[in-house]
Write a protein that binds this ligand. Structure first.
Ligand code: COA
Length: 256
């Protein structure tokens, strides 16, 4: 179905593997278009409750946007490329179903930006993170200046972006860029196990949580939380969840 992605649904969780290992899974136009399709498809598929994004091969999650596609672009074409990349990554961030990055190696440039667009990140101890665009005479264009600053703070983000430095998984964990660091062998199972917990909860409450958390970066964040909290009172799952607690039984959520 896809030429640059592998997809598999395991126990209701879609595993998307970016599959260009000979190019360290660099994000060319085809990967970006297919990633966008795959995310749209999992959002629309009622059998899928969450997703993992990872990279093929032992070396890289994603080593960046495909640099060969930058050659000869005009200022307007550069802007259009950034806009398109930002739109695709925004769809990931705004997914009502949780999408987690399992970072198995280099997450550089667009790869770090892709990981940051996911709802959170689990890393293998081989992972390396950075925004090395300055080495190419560029700046991050797929949301990196914004999401890295939000995730690790302005001082650390500025240092990383203007030096182009790469940090290892331990440092990324200290910075709060990743939630956990595990061995490469344990990475996928660890990521799936966290997602399984979230996917056992009320799907609409998970979706409203993600939307309200995303809104924390906007002026209306607290108002968005009020809307989401209120909307949950109109769901069957909230009636079921509260009743199950009071009746001392396990809740059975339907996503309604
Ligand atoms: N775009 C296009 N091709 C890329 C790429 C990228 N972002 N990152 C790696 N590749 C390709 C290399 O050109 C090479 O292809 P080739 O075998 O046809 O020559 C292949 O992937 C393997 O990469 P290589 O550089 O040989 O591996 P390495 O282990 O020596 O180095 C990195 C790994 C990640 C340090 C190095 O590939 C690198 O610096 N990549 C670019 C990172 C970057 O600047 N990303 C931001 C882009 S905006």
């Amino acid at each position: 179905m896809y030429t640059t992605l592998l997809t598999e649904v395991r126990d209701g969780i879609c595993i998307i593997t970016i599959n260009r290992p000979d190019k360290l899974n660099a994000l060319n136009r085809t990967v970006m278009a297919e990633l966008d399709q795959a995310v749209a498809a999992l959002i629309a598929d009622p059998a899928v409750r969450g997703a993992v994004i990872t990279g093929a091969g032992p070396k890289a999650f994603v080593a960046g946007a495909d640099i060969s596609e930058f050659v000869g672009l005009s200022v307007e074409e550069g802007k259009a490329l950034a806009k398109k990349g930002q739109d695709i990554f925004a769809r990931i961030e705004q997914s009502p179903k949780p999408i987690v990055a399992a970072v198995n190696g280099f997450a550089l440039g667009g790869g770090c930006e892709l990981a940051m667009a996911c709802h959170f990140r689990i890393a293998s101890d081989l992972a390396k993170f950075g925004q090395p665009e300055v080495n190419l005479g560029l700046i991050p264009g797929y949301g990196g200046t914004q999401r890295l600053t939000r995730l690790i703070g302005k001082g650390r983000a500025t240092e990383l972006i203007i030096t182009g430095a790469t940090i290892d998984a331990t440092r990324a964990s200290q910075y709060g860029l990743v939630n956990d660091v595990v061995s490469p062998e344990a990475l996928l199972e660890k990521t799936l196990s966290i997602l399984q917990v979230a996917c056992g909860k009320a799907p609409l409450a998970v979706a409203h949580s993600i939307a309200a958390i995303n809104a924390s970066y906007e002026p209306g964040g607290f108002a968005a939380e009020i809307e989401g909290f209120g909307a949950c009172f109109g769901t069957e799952d909230m009636i079921e969840g509260t009743a199950a607690f009071l009746e001392k039984r396990k809740a059975h959520f339907q996503g309604k």
